[in-house]
Design a protein around this ligand. Structure first.
Ligand SMILES: Nc1nc2c(ncn2[C@@H]2O[C@H](COP(=O)(O)OP(=O)(O)O)[C@@H](O)[C@H]2O)c(=O)[nH]1
Ligand SMILES: [Mg+2]
Length: 258
């Protein structure tokens, strides 16, 4: 069989089920560390529940993904996950899911591993959201998950530091209300109010246009936000970013990551 014939014959098995995201649908990719419970506790000695080195690797991976050729409106990271909102009209890879999912996971894995100095892998999934309200709800959902993770993580590791093993600490927290968890941390000298915002709310990133020192023309730069607004103010922040994309035509390769 000639190569061209063989190529046509086999290619169909790869592409017959290719799915493309419909035009006009908002796409948010969530890229999540694979077996990071093991990686953070066993393979690498990261501080728990939060480690600034781990946070910095996650932020670096997020900024890398935002700057690697997709048109990204907003990035958000908390724990071992990164959410990426693509521009509504992003047409990278013809909006083919197979390509988007594998390239996003690959880029995040490469960037994180390079920082870590050891192999680490991410998976990815894409929510296809029909309206701006859904996009706002998506980010509120991850934001509230960050808040719950922070409260649970601080309580769990407080008990671990007090000598309980994994099973005992988990059992002790069963049925404990949010108010009681706050009280427990307060009594241990960790008032939840004083826990840094990046732990409770996650970290956002967006493109901003600014003139750097020594330059004259403004450039688009990626800017990470470690003090995100809360609750309804966060909804408005996300909504403004989503709605601003209609007014901006800037798509494509980034100028600089800063
Ligand atoms: N030690 C440590 N662990 C972290 C940090 N951030 C996230 N993790 C861990 O990353 C894991 C993320 O959860 P999940 O994705 O459900 O677990 P996975 O399926 O093992 O990747 C949890 O076990 C977190 O404790 C950190 O700053 N320090
Ligand atoms: Mg994970």
């Amino acid at each position: 069989m000639k190569f061209e014939q063989l190529d046509r014959r086999m290619r169909v098995f790869e592409t017959a089920h290719d799915h493309c995201v419909l035009p006009g649908i908002h796409m948010v990719a969530r890229i999540d560390g694979r077996s990071f419970s093991h990686l953070t506790r066993v393979d690498q000695a990261f501080d728990a529940p939060y480690d600034e080195r781990f946070r910095d690797h996650m932020v670096a991976a997020m900024l890398h993904v935002m700057g690697c050729g997709f048109s990204v409106v907003y990035g958000y990271t908390q724990s071992d996950e990164i959410s990426i909102l693509l521009r509504r009209d992003d047409a990278t890879f013809g909006r083919k899911l197979r390509k988007l999912l594998s390239v996003l996971a690959g880029e995040a894995s490469a960037a994180f591993s390079a920082r870590l100095g050891a192999p680490a892998a991410f998976d990815s999934r894409i929510s296809q959201l029909p309206s701006v309200d859904h996009v706002v709800d998506y980010f509120r959902w991850r934001h509230e998950d960050a808040h719950r993770n922070a409260l649970n993580g601080h309580c769990y590791w407080l008990l671990r530091r007090q000598g309980l093993d994994d099973g005992a600490a988990t059992r002790q927290l069963q049925g404990v209300s949010v108010a009681e968890r706050h009280e427990m941390l307060y009594r241990a000298g960790i008032p939840f109010n004083d826990v840094p915002a990046w732990q409770k709310r996650g970290i956002g990133a967006r493109w901003v246009e600014s003139v750097a020192e020594g330059e004259t023309t403004p450039r688009r730069r990626l800017c990470a936000e470690y003090e995100l607004p809360m609750k309804d103010a966060y909804d408005r922040w996300v909504r403004d970013l989503v709605e601003a994309q209609g007014a901006s035509s800037s798509v494509g390769a980034p100028s600089q990551v800063g």
